[in-house]
Design a binder for this molecule. Structure first.
Ligand code: GRF
Length: 225
């Protein structure tokens, strides 16, 4: 009988604050794509910054361990942001992650936290970065008269929404689009490109045969045919 080669574990920790639709897309892709068997990869924990995040239910439905690191709990600290990031880091590091995936995680992270996860920390933003970094991206894109919007998967750097681009999807703006309508169409593309980008990274790491992430590795996906 032929034995499958034993792959080094590639643990994935996902951080959320809200609905968790990207989390759901990632979990479905991991199950359908057999990430565990093919890349030694599995989502081992979902950590939320909010107790009421619906995404926590998504995680539980898939049998994934959940944890809460509530930013509100650190409000009285002399340095709430650093205290929160330290608690978050210690919760994440219990899982020795190969990748830490931000999926609707609504916190700005300190530079020390970002440096600790260099080459392992990725995010998705609902715009064609570097355009419209930050909040209210869809309303700002519509106000600017953009004909195309989209989403970007990127490495996280100390500057918000400014890390190296891993994947993009382009979404046409339709006449009469409201921010909510545009956001809903962009979100559908997010659900495609985020799991795809993660899978390509996992594949690349297996091919490299080591626990190194090719940080310069970039690909783009244009959804306009
Ligand atoms: C997504 O649009 C993501 O790009 C942004 O926050 C939203 C999260 O949605 N960062 P969900 O929680 O994954 O449904």
């Amino acid at each position: 009988m032929r034995r499958m080669p034993v792959l080094p574990a590639q643990n994935i920790v996902v951080l959320i604050s809200g609905t968790g639709s990207n989390l759901a897309a990632i979990l479905q892709a991991a199950e359908r794509g057999q990430w565990r068997q093919r890349y030694g990869a599995q989502v081992v924990a979902v950590i939320s910054s909010r107790a009421d995040a619906t995404g926590l239910h998504v995680a539980r439905q898939h049998g994934i361990a959940t944890a809460l690191v509530a930013h509100a709990a650190f409000a009285e600290s002399s340095d709430p942001r650093t205290a929160f990031d330290a608690a978050l880091q210690s919760e994440i590091d219990r899982h020795q992650p190969a990748l830490v995936v931000l999926a609707g995680f609504m916190r700005i992270l300190t530079s020390g936290f970002v440096a600790h996860y260099a080459g392992r920390l990725m995010n998705i933003h609902p715009s064609l970065l570097p355009a419209f970094a930050g909040l209210n991206t869809h309303a700002r894109a519509l106000a600017a008269g953009c004909q195309f919007a989209g989403a970007t998967v990127h490495w996280v750097s100390a500057e918000v929404d400014a890390g190296g681009i891993l994947a993009q999807a382009v979404v046409p703006v339709l006449p009469g689009d409201t921010p909510a309508q545009l956001a809903a169409r962009v979100l559908l593309q997010e659900h495609q490109i985020y799991p795809a980008a993660i899978e390509k990274l996992l594949q690349a790491r297996v091919a490299l045969g080591e626990q190194q992430t090719p940080t310069q590795w970039i690909f783009q996906e244009n959804t306009i045919k």
